[in-house]
Design a protein around this ligand. Structure first.
Ligand code: NAG
Ligand code: NAG
Ligand code: NAG
Ligand code: NAG
Length: 474
């Protein structure tokens, strides 16, 4: 039982230490090549994960977890929760269909309502339903006398309008009173947590010249420490700094006592050419040091919350090949889809650095200097012409004049092939929109390349089994 003190502590409020922490792991399933649920649970156990978080209430996964010691966090999907706010009997029904068949054999301990909904302005009309949905689920649990399942929601760091210095942390005006205050009141009343998705990687990668990589990877020194002028607290790492900005923001709304849980954190093991610092070396360093810090007893907490024990879930179990967005999105895994480890990491935090074998040296810790093109590049062999056609249509439909040059009679119309037109359209789109968040992905049909497709004759690159058909544009 001792091993589980990490997750029991917050529920019973004891301060006994002595055990080692066990990190949770996010088990995302956006891949078409992932191991079965049962195999995945075995893999989580062999990684010595203490808990697992899934993104829905997948029955196959919840069944596979039955009888294991893993603590489980499930989610109500974004499309579903508004109806649970409107109608108590629908909240009861959701629980009856998704939680009760598996509880208590499966040790469900957290129920998260919606995933980063406050980052998605396209569903802002549902935001006011968040806390009412949580309250209805809470009533439904109470009605069944279930008291060891905490209810929360995950929030990204963009819930804050200010996060630096940490003492200046403040929630966005559009949500502070309307959503966050009732959310914090609910968390306070139900002894639950503020669940934050916190990625020092993104903060560092967006300003690598002003933030030290060592500070982001928990291996800073007195030269990289940061002294918050507001509190005079000293920060030794970026994660603590980001967490304490949330603590400060909560305090400003009158709820400085709500506990934190980290619903997602991690570091990508690979990414696109232009994505700095996404490599195995940094990912291993971040997660190993995170595990080691969390294993300390008494708990380290953060400078503003010394001694606080936090549930933490690393993102993610697998590299997921169907996640859209830039290259890093598909490379957060501790494991490849073939179940082998991307790098060694002891989630109990007990293994010292000397206990690990050597890591591949980081190749991209400095900004990429060369030019980059976004070109057609397909994995494996077959090309789905319909899919390529719709990707071209999408690329050409977003801006003004994006694809004029490949219209009949245009300077790049020839060669009149689907792949040549795709490369032109993808690159033209990406050069216009990359600064505003456009990605070189197109459902896996596009990749970044260091060669100018228009400068070469018909070329066929074979690079780590990605085929590029790059054809002359003249
Ligand atoms: C709530 O949902 C139940 C079950 O679908 C339905 O019978 C009932 O009419 C709904 N109540 C309201 C007020 O919409
Ligand atoms: C698993 O996949 C990785 C990445 O594709 C590869 O490097 C490794 O060799 C594979 N291992 C096995 C045992 O197939
Ligand atoms: C490339 O991928 C194809 C299809 O996925 C596979 O059959 C082939 O063995 C791979 N080639 C190499 C060199 O990895
Ligand atoms: C080709 O792509 C289209 C559109 O994305 C899809 O509907 C269709 O199922 C795909 N066909 C095959 C054989 O994969």
């Amino acid at each position: 039982m001792l091993r589980f003190v990490f997750f029991l502590l917050p529920f019973f409020g004891t301060a006994q230490g002595g055990s080692f922490a066990k990190l949770g792991v996010n088990y995302g399933t956006l891949g078409n090549d992932l191991p079965s649920a049962a195999h995945s649970i075995e893999l989580l156990q062999s990684l010595h994960a203490g808990a697992v978080k899934i993104y829905d209430a997948n029955p196959a996964i919840l069944r596979a977890l039955a009888g294991t010691r893993l603590r489980v966090c499930i989610m109500v999907p974004n499309q579903v929760f508004p109806s649970l706010a409107a109608n108590q009997s629908l909240a009861d029904a959701w629980l009856a269909a998704n939680l009760l068949p598996f509880y208590p054999q499966t040790r469900i301990r957290f129920l998260l309502v919606g995933n980063e909904i406050l980052s998605d302005y396209s569903i802002s009309s549902t935001w006011p339903s968040l806390v009412p949905a949580m309250a209805n689920l809470h009533r439904a649990l109470r009605a069944r006398s279930i008291r060891n399942v905490k209810i929360g929601t995950t929030l990204a760091m963009d819930a804050l309008k200010t996060s630096f210095p940490p003492s200046a942390g403040q929630f966005r005006d559009d949500i502070a009173d309307a959503v966050i205050r009732p959310l914090l009141r609910f968390a306070d009343r139900t002894s639950s947590f503020y669940f934050v998705d916190v990625y020092p990687y993104f903060a560092w990668a967006s300003s690598p010249s002003s933030i030290s990589l060592d500070y982001a990877l928990f291996r800073g020194n007195s030269a990289t420490n940061y002294l918050d002028p507001g509190t005079k607290l000293t920060y030794t790492n970026l994660l603590d700094q980001m967490l304490d900005s949330v603590v400060a923001a909560m305090a400003k709304l009158g709820f400085g006592g709500v506990r934190l849980a980290i619903a997602e954190t991690g570091w990508p093991n690979a990414g696109d050419l232009d994505q700095i610092g996404a490599n195995i070396y940094n990912a291993a360093t971040y997660n190993r040091n995170l595990a080691r810090r969390l294993s300390e007893r008494p708990a380290l907490g953060t400078p503003a919350r010394p001694g606080e024990v936090m549930p933490v879930f690393i993102f993610a179990l697998y590299n997921e090949n169907q996640k859209p967005g830039s290259g890093t999105e598909r490379h957060w895994g501790l494991l490849y889809p073939n179940a082998t480890r991307v790098y060694e990491v002891d989630l109990t935090g007990r293994l010292p650095d000397a206990g690990y074998g050597p890591l591949p040296p980081p190749g991209n810790n400095k900004p990429y200097k060369g030019k980059i093109w976004c070109v057609f590049g397909r994995r494996g062999k077959s090309v789905n012409a319909t899919a390529v056609g719709s990707a071209i249509a999408y690329a050409c439909g977003q801006g003004k004049g994006t694809c004029d040059a490949i219209q009949p009679g245009g300077p790049c119309y020839r060669p009149d092939s689907l792949t040549a037109h795709a490369s032109y359209a993808f690159n033209s789109y990406w050069q216009q929109f990359r600064r505003s968040g456009g990605t070189c992905y197109f459902n896996g049909l596009a990749v970044q390349a260091a060669q100018d497709p228009s400068k070469s004759d018909t070329l066929f690159f074979l690079l780590s089994n990605i085929t590029f058909d790059i054809e002359n544009m003249n």
